[in-house]
Design a protein around this ligand. Structure first.
Ligand code: ACM
Ligand code: ZN
Length: 757
């Protein structure tokens, strides 16, 4: 009996897919059979292409993973072999080049592709199919796999200006891209805080521009600095080596040389190309600085000379010329700039920026290359052949595609891997935001509202890793893994939000692979995530907990004690109708796997009630939606995590339905100020009440000066009210004043918990 039971268990685990290889990105077609190929020391590689880089690459990765050294032969008589079949057809289209097939039966593994690129992708899949174990004989499931990517641009970006990463790590980063079938490395080489590429004609760019006399410590909002000299740069020899390394791995490096903004490191070296003449020092502070390139003739000559050297180093079709966050402050008062605007008939500084980019585009086009820039290059008119990288949401990308320009999607909401990926309380300091792996997995680079013709202009997407808060290679790894897994599947075109659980199982399997290679990764996925819903009986809220695997392994307390394996098991959402602190953690095999989640609730008459926003928050800061304002969770810290709703240049207009006529004499609301991040307190906050939801009357108003005195925890005391509906209007601060970071742009308004008592 026992044996039959055991067999049944085996076949059951088979049926549930435990023997399915965990391939990321999931291939387009994969059929696994119930038999095995055996990889062993007698296995041989059969190929006509002995000199192909891919062959030695395959031998190498197999050796690293299994310890087996496999010989290569033109014709193998071995009973166990890997056949590499590079078809001799002229694969000119990207689609044909990228296709590959793997067939594994009991005696052989056969890989077929039309190009070395296809062979390379096949090897990446094969190495994930081969179990990660050092043994003399390794069983590999028999299968059939046909595969090709959906998107052409499968990118990862790395900011090497804010922090510098040595050549050896850049190669590792390229390896990571290769493992997950990315094909573009966007290398951010210049910014206010450092110039990182040797330019022979202008040696001061690196002798001066690559070094700063201090950096920010802690978060930007703290405005603290050290005075340690920091810097580094890549020599042209190193760049050639890295470009060749990437190219062998079918990865194109797109270098970014920022202009006209984010240029202070260059201007510190050559102040004559600024509006004021300087002097400048290489930026020590993060954020956006006001000094930018001045569009005079000498500046164009300077930039063209730089770009000529860049073009000779990088064979990529596209050069990234930045174009983002260029304050117009200096241009407004510069005689060169104003004269240029007159002589070129430009109506404002946005058109001057457009003129700048178009001049650069003409030059780059004349060298047979194309430019790509951040979506600000749409402002004032898009350069005729430019591609657009849409980062401030997807709107810029949509506008560009409608104008028949190519687009790479990198919206902050889904593709900024410098944002938090778990609860900020458990995470290293990050820029802000909240972009967990599941959110990345749900990303669709092709907006639904494009026609199929317009959709053809979406080249793909990429994740950006800005490194203000990331100093070490290990921290870079932590921020990209596992979110890069999710993006790879999105870009390959096989992500399916309904099958997130399947992706999650494969992801956890890949953690073992990363660990075996000594690669760091975030364990935030083991964190308990939570969700607040209104309780059905309008009595407070329901606090729903979720863990990556089995929710029944969550234990929680509501008595302020630390949860242990013996605490209450989580079975269903916890109803909360009075002030409480919930603490919860995920346990496996008696051990705590997650950080302890700790959440305080403050319950009042508005908590869990129906709330409507008349103005929607910005996509990047809308986590949890309107309910965020009445979920009983009052944000304490000033990190821009998921507790806040953010409105870019817009007011808050919210109406809460208390469900019945009720009495109250106080309304509270949290607002945030962080001027360095362009976030300002509102001009005023006004409260209106209504019995029927139609006719509202104003009952209280507080102005900016008094809001400032509250440090953001605003209380409006009212005469005693009897009403069912409470409307809160917070008027956005408006334009950011001169002399402040972001001057002239619209301020952000950040709001949280509204209380009615
Ligand atoms: C950007 O994040 N400033 C492109
Ligand atoms: Zn100027």
């Amino acid at each position: 009996m026992k044996n039959i039971y055991f067999l049944w268990l085996l076949s059951f685990s088979w049926a549930t897919g435990q023997h399915q290889p965990s391939i990321i990105p999931q291939p387009q077609h994969l059929k696994v059979r119930n038999s095995f190929f055996t990889l062993c020391k007698n296995t041989e590689i059969e190929t006509n292409e002995k000199d192909l880089f891919e062959i030695s690459y395959l031998q190498n990765v197999i050796f690293q993973q299994t310890g087996l050294t496999l010989p290569t032969l033109k014709k193998s008589k071995a009973s166990s072999k890997i056949i590499l079949n590079l078809r001799n057809i002229d694969a000119t289209s990207t689609k044909l080049k990228n296709q590959y097939e793997i067939k594994i039966n009991e005696n052989q593994i056969e890989i077929k592709a039309n190009s070395p690129e296809g062979i390379f992708y096949a090897i990446q899949s094969l190495i994930q199919i081969i179990p990660n174990e050092k043994k003399q004989t390794i069983k590999i499931p028999c299968l059939e796999l046909q595969d090709e990517p959906k998107y052409k641009w499968r990118g990862m970006h790395l900011d090497c200006a804010r922090h510098f990463f040595p050549k050896e790590f850049i190669k590792k980063y390229i390896d990571y891209l290769a493992m997950y079938k990315f094909n573009v490395f966007h290398w951010h080489l210049t910014d206010d805080q450092g110039w990182r590429i040797e330019i022979k004609k202008y040696p001061k760019l690196t002798s001066i521009g690559a070094w700063r006399n201090g950096s920010m410590i802690g978060h930007y909002s703290e405005q603290k600095f050290d005075n340690i000299r920091y810097g580094g740069y890549y020599t042209q020899e190193e760049i050639k080596e890295i470009v060749a390394y990437a190219s062998a791995r079918h990865i194109t490096i797109v270098p970014e040389i920022e202009m006209p903004g984010h240029a202070v490191a260059a201007l510190a070296a050559y102040p004559e190309y600024s509006c004021t003449g300087g002097p400048f020092e290489v930026g020590k502070t993060w954020g956006v600085l006001d000094d930018v390139f001045c569009p005079k003739e000498e500046t164009f000559t300077f930039l063209e000379n730089i770009l000529s050297e860049v073009i000779s180093l990088f064979p990529s079709e596209y050069l990234h010329i930045g174009g983002d966050e260029c304050p117009k402050t200096r241009w407004k008062t510069c005689s060169h700039c104003q004269n240029r605007m007159k002589s070129e008939n430009l109506k404002d500084e946005h058109e001057l920026q457009s003129y700048f980019i178009q001049r650069i585009e003409k030059f780059v086009n004349s060298k047979g290359r194309k430019i790509i820039g951040w979506d600000e290059i749409l402002e004032g008119g898009l350069a005729p052949n430019a591609a657009v990288m849409s980062w401030r949401g997807t709107e810029g990308g949509i506008a560009a595609a409608k104008q028949k320009h190519f687009v790479v999607m990198t919206p902050g909401s889904h593709c900024y891997f410098d944002h938090y990926q778990g609860n900020p309380k458990n995470e290293p300091i990050a820029f802000g935001g909240y972009t967990p792996v599941e959110k990345v997995y749900n990303f669709n680079p092709t907006p639904k509202n494009l026609t199929s013709e317009e959709a053809n202009y979406i080249l793909g997407a990429q994740a950006n890793l800005w490194t203000e808060y990331i100093e070490t290679p290990s921290h870079v790894e932590y921020m990209i893994f596992p979110r890069m897994f999710a993006l790879s599947e999105v870009l390959w075109g096989t992500s399916n939000p309904e099958k997130y659980a399947d992706f999650q199982n494969r992801m956890i399997h890949h953690f073992d692979l990363l660990e075996s290679k000594g690669i760091n990764y975030s364990k935030a996925v083991f964190d308990i995530t939570s969700n607040v819903k209104a309780a059905k009986n309008a009595n407070g809220i329901l606090f729903e907990l979720n863990s990556v695997k089995n929710n029944n392994f969550i234990r929680y307390t509501t008595d302020r004690t630390v949860p242990t394996i013996n605490s209450t098991p989580y079975i269903q959402p916890i109803q909360i109708s009075e002030n409480t602190i919930v603490k919860a953690a995920y346990f496996e095999n008696g051990k705590q796997k997650s950080a302890t989640l700790q959440q305080a609730f403050q319950i009042n008459k508005a908590t869990g009630k129906n709330i409507e926003l008349q103005v929607q928050p910005s996509e990047n800061y809308s986590h949890g939606g309107a309910m965020t304002l009445v979920d009983g969770m009052v944000s304490k810290n000033k990190t821009l995590g998921k507790d806040w709703l953010g409105f870019a240049g817009k007011d808050l207009m919210a109406t809460i339905d208390l469900g019945k006529i009720d009495s109250f004499n106080k309304v509270t609301i949290s607002v945030l100020e962080s001027q360095g991040s362009w976030i300002y307190f509102p001009q005023n906050i006004e409260i209106f009440v209504s019995a029927d939801g139609k006719e509202f009357k104003s009952v209280s108003k507080i102005e900016l000066d008094d809001i400032k005195k509250t440090d953001g925890k605003v209380t409006l005391n009212l005469e005693k009210q009897e009403a069912q509906f409470v409307k809160i209007k917070a008027t956005n601060f408006g334009d950011i004043p001169e002399g402040m970071p972001g001057a002239g742009s619209k301020a952000w308004l950040f709001v949280d918990e509204i209380g009615v008592e």
